[in-house]
Design a protein around this ligand. Sequence first.
Ligand code: FAD
Length: 444
Amino acid sequence: MTKNFVKNLPDADFERIVIVGGGFAGVRMAQKLSKSPYQVVLIDKNNYHQFQPLFYQVATSGLEPSAISFPIRKIFKNKKNLFFRMMEMEYVDTDNKIIETNKGLIAYDHLVLALGADTSYFGLQNVMNNAIPMKSVAEALLIRNKLIASFEEAYNQDDPEIRKALLNIVVVGGGPTGVELAGAIAEMKRYSLPDDYPTMDWEMMNIYLIEASPRLLNGMSDVSGEKAKAFLEKLGVKVYLNRAVSEYDGRYVTMGEYESIEASSMIWAAGITGNPVPGLSDSLINRANRITVDPYHRVPGLENVYVLGDLASMHEEVYPKGHPQVAQVAIQQADNLARNFKNLKNKKALRPFRYRDLGSMATIGRKLAVVDLPWWSFQGFFAWIVWLFVHLMAILGVKNKLFVFLNWAWSYLSFDASLRLLIRPVKPRKEAYRDWLLEETKKE
Ligand SMILES: Cc1cc2nc3c(=O)[nH]c(=O)nc-3n(C[C@H](O)[C@H](O)[C@H](O)COP(=O)(O)OP(=O)(O)OC[C@H]3O[C@@H](n4cnc5c(N)ncnc54)[C@H](O)[C@@H]3O)c2cc1C
């Protein structure tokens, strides 16, 4: 079946830049090119931007998914040269400068790939089948449901062994995601679960954080890694370092020669891999599925193809293995490429990318965080205040900022994450019109 070009996309009066991915890099790039002499078409498989740093709060009933998701169309409102299409890119034809999507073809003059990354299971098939990842707001909601369903089930169980396995939660990966998630679950155990299930013996519940390397928070300073471990242990988390999970069959977590753990829930936050871009030669893809780019974000050997954010692998002297896969890198790269597009039009020289490290941080729980600035590391209450402020400012949209702030203030004062709802999807209803439309599309 040959695909048609996507409908309702105006012919470009200006050169067309197609951006694939509405994450930190893609949205920022589009915003920066608003009112520029380019037609900008952003596509994403979802019609919202996701604020990944707060997924763990959705997973632990602290925030509603809508508080950390922002409609992309709203960002593009009244921006005459910006267009958004919800569709999934399936193939890149760099010879003809066309991308193929699940809704049709789009021609480009410049193509910006900002597809981000997905969970890597390092080839562990049964971990992939049985653990839950946290790389989308939908997966964070899945974790919330899974945890609450386990608590409800445990409450109805008489057998102490089964009850214990239902309550045990294993988080794999000692980076910021694993640390923040384990800390937040420990706080649920301490503050809100005993009120919800008053006759349950919560001492039975164990929260494990398992990390293969000798320390937590590998991208941060030694002192932050040690403090994070101490804070987690204070909250009752069992932190196991130097242990690599090799199997999870949905019941037992196996870690080489160490004793296995029986747990009904395992959350996998141990690694990421770049989202695939079919059509690009394998020689362009390197470590962890990232695409090699030069200091101007261009893919060597391809005309007008650029890569930003988690998917890009650019080598700066101080980052010989590529930049860290964090939001600041994505945002700063988008700023640089947008500036270079404007420079192209103004016949000015292009600027190579230089990453300015503004620091990194992670929160472990109520009044506990670790912050590394380029010139100073600090931990504890003040670090927590800084963490709250930085994350609040980074969320898109005034309404979302307000919702998140109110939620945080309420949780802080009441010691209660109030969204412990188990809302499961119902079986989809039969949709005659949708089915007919699908059949028609297949005929095209
Ligand atoms: C749980 C978690 C916590 C994190 N915490 C922090 C933190 O505290 N601080 C920090 O700096 N960084 C953090 N990060 C990392 C940060 O979120 C990423 O570095 C950042 O999102 C990368 O931006 P990006 O634009 O490259 O990709 P993303 O933001 O991942 O965006 C990629 C977009 O591409 C879309 N997409 C993918 N494939 C297709 C396709 N085929 N067709 C169409 N669209 C597609 C996706 O839907 C998505 O919207 C965290 C990440 C996670 C998962």
